[in-house]
Design a binder for this molecule. Structure first.
Ligand SMILES: [Cu+2]
Length: 658
């Protein structure tokens, strides 16, 4: 579902500066590829393998080194990069061969380490293809005739959105790399296109050949009347009663950034970025009495699945895999100071490859800043008449993507008490379709006259490669039980947490249960704290849902991960994406459901948790014409990891009143 808009954003992306000096600089093994490395990777591949001039580069990213080659934390002055070769992973497609290739290259040795054609893979849609798809759709005589039947004579005002077609191809289209389209109309160039969905007119387009295979015209429904405008100059008088609120840090921020490493308070982490997952966190640890204790080896959003509820013809086709079909790194915004983040900001630029393999830079793609977060802890001692109060400050790492109509703003928060929070804010514009005047639907809400916003869901699979005090971890499910009244519970007040290990993959496919206070504990059974605890972090679920689409439905079959909140697997370097490596047009069953068939043991080993964050979106008029941010997420909190409140040593605020 990309995007003319992304192509238009090319202006804001500078051609990346790729000089040899950069290439020679020693880099940390987990640093994302820079422009020089991307350029070099493409040069090596073109030189060593039969890459045709028509080849389209889907992604050129860091091939991450094995864990045993990366020290969790390198002591100051030690160069962890010296012995680790820099490798690149390239996905490219050859449209004339209808083939997808994967290559691993050594940038250090200048050679190709592996090269293979991936059977039956349909590579994700590239931004350039989406633009071309829009052009061929609008040029098609059948589409023009369909637009004419709807009174639209200016196709340049039509917005075309290519969508992954999943399994809904016709038999004669089997084997092709195909998308289908949704069309929208802007009466004025600055109208909201989703205010005028062009109902019932769809092109099915072969992306490899860039031809319109067929056009489906279900008959016109009148265009809704509104403009859906939301820009400041289109919404009438603006409020003028807010006085300035400024975040001032006169001595600068309290974090320290060295390359891609971030240090803040006791936290130590590294940032990464790639075309598919966007922001990646690496080697997240907490310094405790002079020693950095690992918490996470790696964390990222690994898939994003959005199923829609409307069963009408073609509306029922709408479901999206924004990571597997597109890549949220590619969809990442350039952030603006004072708009997306407030205060003393450190931005990170990221380098990606375009469809021709040319590096380009998304400026200010990742935002790093601190926020005051209210109360950290407090107590008033009534006898002494004294108060101890500490304010909480948190470190925020964030990035924002635009997937056509929708924005996803992803935040990782680090707190002084050892907690980590994941939050996604969903905003942007709800997807619409047109209804005939006077009609309503069970499967969506009217958000404007004749404008239906279908109910839908968003599922983010957050991949947490944990390392709680080391790589060998065990996951326990903990819930609270009431003890039956009896000799041990004479007053009937007793309750206790009950903890059981999840020993195999089949036992570790779980759903949330707030009524029993259910959570999951990731513990290191090989260690004991001073108090005798296995040091642990608990995953505290947020309010969440599961997919309502039928288990046999095509959408569900392709997104089995969204049928559970938690999956646990033993770490395997090839297991990165919960709906498989190539979800585009995949019939289903790949990723988590395939891997976990082996029912591998997961006790006291290097484990990966896959947590499904669900946002259940029953649409409402207040979501229109642009949606106030909706939040979803979860927390990771230390449990017996420390011997006491680790934020005891936070100093009181300098205010003379505290
Ligand atoms: Cu939504």
């Amino acid at each position: 579902m990309v995007t003319r808009q992304h192509a238009e954003e090319e202006d804001r992306r500078s051609p990346a500066a790729a000089d040899d000096h950069d290439a020679a600089r020693v880099r940390h093994p987990l640093d994302p590829l820079d422009a020089a490395e991307i350029k070099r990777a493409v040069e090596i591949l073109r030189r060593e393998r039969p890459v045709t001039p028509e080849a389209r580069f889907v992604s050129v990213t860091l091939h991450e080194p094995p864990k045993d080659q990366v020290p969790f934390t390198a002591p100051d002055g030690q160069d962890p990069a010296a012995a680790v070769p820099r490798l690149a992973f390239v996905v490219l497609l050859e449209p004339r061969q209808h083939a997808t290739y994967e290559a691993v290259l050594s940038l250090t040795a200048g050679s190709v380490l592996s090269w293979r054609s991936v059977p039956d893979a349909r590579a994700p849609l590239t931004p350039a293809e989406c633009v071309q798809c829009g052009d061929v759709t609008k040029a098609d005589a059948r589409i023009r005739a369909g637009l004419g039947r709807r009174g639209i004579t200016d196709p340049e005002h039509v917005r075309v959105e290519p969508w992954g077609i999943g399994t809904f191809t016709a038999p004669e289209e089997a084997g092709r790399r195909v998308v289908w389209t949704l069309l929208y109309y802007r009466e004025r160039p600055d109208d909201n296109p989703y205010a005028k969905p062009i109902h019932g007119l769809h092109a099915i387009v072969d992306l490899d050949d860039m031809t319109v295979l067929r056009v489906e015209d279900l008959g016109p429904v009148p265009l809704p009347p509104g403009s859906g405008a939301y820009a400041a100059d289109r919404v009438g008088p603006l409020r003028d009663d807010l006085r300035p609120l400024e975040i001032v840090q006169p001595e600068g921020p309290s974090f320290d950034v060295r390359g891609w490493e971030v240090r803040w308070q006791r936290w130590r982490l590294r940032l990464g970025f790639n075309a598919r997952e966007g922001l990646v966190l690496h080697t997240v640890g907490y310094e405790d009495q002079g020693r950095v204790r690992p918490v996470l080896w790696r964390a990222s959003v690994a898939e994003l699945f959005i199923p829609y509820a409307d069963p009408r013809p073609y509306q029922g086709w709408r479901n999206a895999f924004d990571i597997g079909e597109l890549g949220i790194g590619i969809l990442t915004n350039s952030l603006e100071l004072g708009c997306d983040c407030l205060g003393e900001i450190r931005y990170f630029d990221v380098d990606l490859a375009d469809g021709n393999g040319q590096p380009y830079t998304i400026k200010q793609a990742i935002c790093l800043h601190e926020e005051d977060f209210g109360l950290l802890w407090k107590h008033f001692d009534a006898t002494l008449g004294t108060t101890e109060t500490r304010r909480s400050r948190r470190l925020v790492v964030s990035f924002v993507i635009t997937a056509d109509n929708y924005e996803y703003a992803v935040y990782w928060y680090f707190y002084q008490d050892g907690s980590i929070e994941f939050e996604v804010k969903l905003t942007g514009i709800v997807l619409t379709s047109a209804l005939p005047p006077g009609e309503t639907s069970d499967f969506g809400s009217l958000v404007a006259p004749q404008t239906l916003a279908a109910h839908h869901q968003h599922f983010l699979s957050v991949r947490l490669d944990t390392a709680v005090d080391g790589l060998s971890n065990t996951v326990y499910e903990v819930e609270t039980e009431a003890v039956p009244p009896g000799p041990d519970n004479p007053l009937g007040n007793a309750f206790r947490p009950v903890k059981r290990p999840l020993r195999r993959e089949s036992e570790a496919q779980r759903v949330i249960d707030p009524s029993h206070g259910r959570y999951w504990l990731v513990a290191n059974p090989g260690r004991r704290t001073r108090l005798g605890h296995e040091p642990a972090y608990k995953l505290v679920p947020g309010p969440s849902v599961l997919a309502f689409s039928h288990p046999d439905s095509s959408a569900n079959q392709r997104a089995v991960f969204a049928t559970k909140h938690l999956w646990v697997t033993p770490f395997h370097p090839d297991e990165r994406f919960p709906a498989g490596d190539y979800p585009n047009q995949h019939p289903g069953g790949a990723g988590l459901p395939a891997w976990t068939k082996a029912d591998r043991p997961i006790e006291n080993t290097d484990v990966v948790l896959w947590y499904t964050v669900g946002s259940h979106h029953i649409t409402r008029p207040e979501d229109w014409p642009v949606m106030p941010a909706e939040r979803a997420g979860f927390m990771l909190k230390p449990v017996g990891f420390f011997d006491q409140n680790p934020a005891l040593d936070v100093a009181p605020s300098p205010s003379p009143h505290c």
